[in-house]
Design a binder for this molecule. Sequence first.
Ligand code: G6P
Length: 613
Amino acid sequence: MCGIVGYIGKREAYPIVIKGLKRLEYRGYDSAGVALLNGDMRIYKTKGKVANLEELVGKSDVSAHIGMGHTRWATHGEPNDANAHPHLSDSGDLSIIHNGIIENYATLKEGLLQRGHKFSSDTDTEVLAHLIEDVMQNAKLSLADAVRASLKQVVGAYAIVILSKNHPEHVIAARKGSPLVVGIGSDRGEYFFASDATPIVEYTKKVVYLKDGEIAIVENQEMIIKSIDNVVQVPYVQELELNLEQLEKGGYEHFMLKEIYEQPKSIFDSYRGRFDAPTGTFHMRSLEEHADKLKDIKRLILIGCGTSWHAGLVAEYLFEDFARLPVEVEYASEFRYRNPVLYSDDLVVAISQSGETADTLAAMDLSKRKSATVFGVCNVVGSSIPRLSDAGAYTHAGPEIGVASTKAFTAQVTVLTLLALGIAKLRGTMSIQAISEVMKELEQIPAKIEKALKLNDEIVELSKLYKDSRNFLYLGRGYNFPVALEGALKLKEISYIHAEGYPAAEMKHGPIALIDAEMPVVVIATNSEHYEKVVSNIQEVKARKGRVIAVVSEGNKTLNSLVDHVIEVPETIEALSPLINTIPLQLLSYHIAVMRGCNVDQPRNLAKSVTVE
Ligand code: G6P
């Protein structure tokens, strides 16, 4: 939530900042702004997207070698020009951009108001700018010390960058709870600051991910990193694995479509080198290093939000079937505020694309405090979730930029399949031969997805018929119940059509009342042990004149006369069927949303990385 980017060095700051903001726009697009420091502090900010900001800036003089920008997902205060970042201190000396929430801002603001401060926005961020200046003036502290002292008073989460007109050789950045990465440029004194590495990658591959409670101070061309208690830290400089190509649309109209089409490769990348199918052996460091612990776990708790929670639901079936373990799947946002009963032989699996979801992080923290072992399944390398995990495996799906998750979901399901098989092997709940069979079938999945993607033209035609529907119902059973939930989520996220996913058998306990000739019902009816039961559910829908779109296994013609449309997908074993059955549902949502004129990559009100609770 909210993207921040900053630059100090010899290059022109504005183009770097604007380009960076475009890359970070997936984090929020309610408003955008820049601050440029070149003798004076010039601020341009506006409601709306980065494109609106560029329009506002127009032909103004933007030359500066120090600058920063912000793209906002509104928390405090409506998304208008005044609430857009950067915000200024009372005197106008300091400007600040911020991602996160200052929870005690009202109390801090009260004190500042009493001391005569005047505010021009409703945001928590402006309070921080005033507070730092107040501390600097009253306690006669240097800028860096005033930032530290002020942050000590703050309750909440932040990633901030601060510029000062009176200290033009300084840039100060700090993080707690919200991500911040510093890029080290090739010239002495050149530094980049950003919420993630995507705005930095084309300038340098050398980065430092700030840790919680750290402050980066650039002063007279040198950077030092200190803890909030003023102890100098030794930065860990990492080499970025990202490349620019991964951040471009590569000829596709939208990132979402590109990411849907990348799935044969992203799934392959998520398992590549991690097992040997003929012998049923694993090459996963996390499994090897933690074998003793994983062998003895008594229960699994899977936590996540949104699509990642759906991946957890698929994994529930996998872990029960393969590893014969009791499994619970929890929304991280609920779990963190309950008083869950956890034991040291519980394994908590935290699933996340971004690795920054605030609720998932808090749920992990709670689990660790209650002595459970936490295993992270995450896509973004170097993000907070892997760093908080006791063990983990990256999904290696590559950067996912479309706000609606597609390839990250299938990569999560793939990695969770490996984890379930790995734990099954350690616990002896599956024979080597059975493990080897699943692995062999997994190796067929990329080619089968390639084939499923050929359904695209057919799905375009189908989308034309249903694009004006007001509601959709998605039904599935067993492994494909979470697929129904994910299909419905995709459609509502990007097309704004109301959609619900349901276990097929539960339909008769409520949603059946909604069914009439206007209601499209997508039913996942691929071959499985529940197939006949799903067909009965289809009959129930048809008896009420609902319009059924059935996803069936290739070659199954038996439903042609019963349903309105049939989508034939390549067949696989039931445990891996979510990987394939998800594909046509992603395409259906995508095309319907495009036909409705929606912004599929940046749907309204949503953000890709949810760093507030
Ligand atoms: C947001 C995104 C979803 C994502 C969810 C969880 O809502 O829009 O696509 O599934 O957060 O995010 P995570 O990064 O933890 O998977």
